[in-house]
Design a protein around this ligand. Sequence first.
Ligand code: GLA
Length: 384
Amino acid sequence: MHDPEALRSQHAARFGAQPAIFAAPGRVNLIGEHTDYAEGFVMPAAIDFATLAAISPRQDGKIVLYSENYGEERIFEADALPAARNGHWSDYPLGVFAIFAGEGHRIPPLSLSLWGDVPPGSGLSSSAALEVATAVALQSLLGIQYPGPVLARLCQRSENEFVGSSCGIMDQFISANGARDHALLLDCRDLSYKLAPIPEDVALVIANTMVKHEVTGTEYTSRRAQVEEAAAVIARHRPEVRFLRDANPEDLQKWGSEMSPEALKRARHVITENIRTVAAAQALVQNDTRTLGRLMAEAHRSYSQDFEASCAEADTMVEIAQKLPGLIGARLTGGGFGGCTVNLVHADQAKPFAAALGEQYAQATGITPQIHICHASDGAHRIE
Ligand code: GLA
């Protein structure tokens, strides 16, 4: 777990300056997958895994980045920052600098130490945590503070335009705007959102299949293209449909035959997922765990069968969970093709649930999973 004091003293020893420290969390998405870039609904929560950023000004014109995780330093001239990615971890902070520079800010010479415990490639948004942590740290040096939704958009742009992954807004949004003990229902069209309290007797159990996923990977990009293809077919008949957010199940009945079979299935997932996500938020607010669990089960089936974004291990993890006492709902979370499942569990049964899930998954797959009982956390903030 994170220790800001350790980062503070390591930064001070390495750079000879007292830093300001910031944290930005990873996230788990309760429901609403591959709906964000279709301007639909998502309902993530920030979690208690995070990236910490320690920042201090420099006088020598340089930007020095240090990753505690990689034990590696990168040095740049502040007035000659790279304009393109390198395929290196430093792309994430450099992308944020590039976007801020594009917004008219002069990036000052600085030292930035980064440390994180969001497991990479596990569908918990380690990249968004890194971008948002960098952005809030940079803001403090610049003496500015963008509203959370604007900051999230800048970080998403750094990933789209600099890092080169075609992700939507969800991950950066929740990392910037999450709230302790709450999930957040986000309308990705206008970035309006509502917080939904997670009842005290409901635990968030995150189960890592240990199968790695890649958002920059070809599968994510091809799914997104199929979703856009389906929207374009519907738009031929109903020009007001710009994104699948605007479409409904009847559109698929009428014009699905004009789509490729893949696009039709992907669209069915996205259109029904939007409906499920809004219903799930209502169920959470009403503490209607039965409805919430049913919606999560349907969402997983749709993600696995129509969106074909699951994998054998994740399906196994969900199937095991569904037979265990205490489960409210389980599904694969995040970009897909591996990573973690999210399990809502009656809190008094969370520990035995987690133990049994880990044991039975290991028996079934031969893989030892990592299972965490998490808490919904605050979005990015300064640590005093
Ligand atoms: C990744 C992307 C998000 C979102 C999810 C799928 O996490 O970064 O924008 O599209 O996949 O819901």
